[in-house]
Design a binder for this molecule. Structure first.
Ligand SMILES: [Zn+2]
Length: 342
């Protein structure tokens, strides 16, 4: 799960949704702000049996920094595990970095336990227990949604189910992911997440309603679903992916940069999957489901270009999702990678 933060049980949300959550749309019918801008289709491409994306297409949609950062984090993760195992074994012979004064410092600064405690026992316990704790948490999280949500099926919101089936085919997913619909006190969000060998998507009602309220904006929901299903296609929302960067995720600037790159990747795939710009659902996340159609996009884009400076840079740097001005500017183009940092 990627998300807003590192908590795997939080899934890959569309946007950071609240202080308790420690882990992204394209149809602007009248908007063509620059010559290279994405040109929305009057007829979204979902109507016909379009062929599945090729692996090469998917690669070209990925943010160029995603795989390099991911690889670096996997290497770091392996290094941490190898270091922990070797240092723990050495500690049984009373040598190595987990003994003596360095061991005492490690206990206090990293593990937060008394200096005289046996760090190697704690380290081995964490290494073995953490995957099980993670699994327990994700199954509990999944049960919570199953127990309090409506599943989108052929009978419940069939027009949405049809879209999910079509996108699963075009993205080359082995299974059609289950999608759960629930409300969370007005929060507008959506995320893809996982249990051990399966992935699912949660859509929060307040966002989902844009398809059924006054705007009947099915395209924005398609974009959101396309984005979340891409998290599954790109394996962001899998147990193995999250295990592969489990410890590296504790480096906040790196984990947030990877998370932002994942969001750009999923936005780009969703654009091509749905055939809309994806700007409108973003505007809905900013101003809500009733007002977003009233936003003058050209004026907002001007505002986006003016939204910069050191503190804006800092907000983006520490965020799991690209700040909206950067995200929307990336959506204005139908190719290339969005700006991760500046
Ligand atoms: Zn996302």
């Amino acid at each position: 799960m990627d998300d807003f933060n590192i908590n795997p049980a939080e899934g890959q949300p569309l946007q950071p949704s609240g202080p308790e959550m420690p882990s992204p749309a394209l149809q602007s019918s009248a908007f063509a702000p620059q010559p290279q801008a994405f040109v929305p289709q009057t007829t979204p491409r979902t109507s016909g049996p379009l062929p599945p994306f090729t692996a090469q297409e998917i690669r070209s949609f990925r943010h160029k920094a995603e795989m390099p950062i991911y690889t670096a984090m996997v290497v770091f993760n392996v290094f941490v595990i190898a270091f922990a195992v070797v240092a723990s074994i050495l500690a049984f012979f009373d040598i190595g970095p987990l003994t003596g004064t360095t061991g005492a410092m490690f206990n206090q600064l990293i593990l937060g336990i008394p200096a005289e405690a046996s760090a190697h026992v704690e380290v081995l316990f964490i290494l073995i227990a953490l995957p099980f704790v993670l699994l327990f948490a994700v199954y509990l999280y999944y049960a919570q949604y199953r127990a309090n949500a409506i599943r989108i099926t052929e009978k419940n919101f069939p027009e949405i189910y049809e879209v999910v089936e079509d996108y699963a085919r075009r993205l080359g997913l082995k299974k059609v992911p289950k999608i759960y619909l629930t409300q969370e006190n007005g929060v507008m969000n959506a995320f893809a997440t996982f249990i051990l060998r399966r992935q699912y998507i949660v859509l929060l009602t307040d966002l989902f309603e844009v398809a059924y309220l006054e705007h009947h904006d099915l395209n924005s929901i398609k974009f959101i679903i396309g984005h979340e299903m891409t998290h599954i296609r790109l394996r962001h929302a899998t147990f193995s992916y999250n295990m592969s960067i489990l410890f590296a995720n504790y480096i906040p600037i790196l984990s947030n940069a990877l998370s932002r790159a994942r969001e750009y990747s999923c936005d780009r795939v969703a654009q091509h999957l749905v055939g809309v710009s994806g700007i409108e659902p973003m505007l809905a996340l900013i101003v809500g489901k009733h007002l977003y159609k009233k936003v003058d996009i050209e004026d907002y884009v001007k505002h986006c270009r003016e939204t910069r400076g050191f503190f804006v840079f800092l907000v983006n740097l520490l965020s799991s999702h690209p700040i909206m001005p950067k995200r929307i500017q990336a959506l204005l183009r139908d190719h290339g990678s969005g700006r991760l940092f500046f």
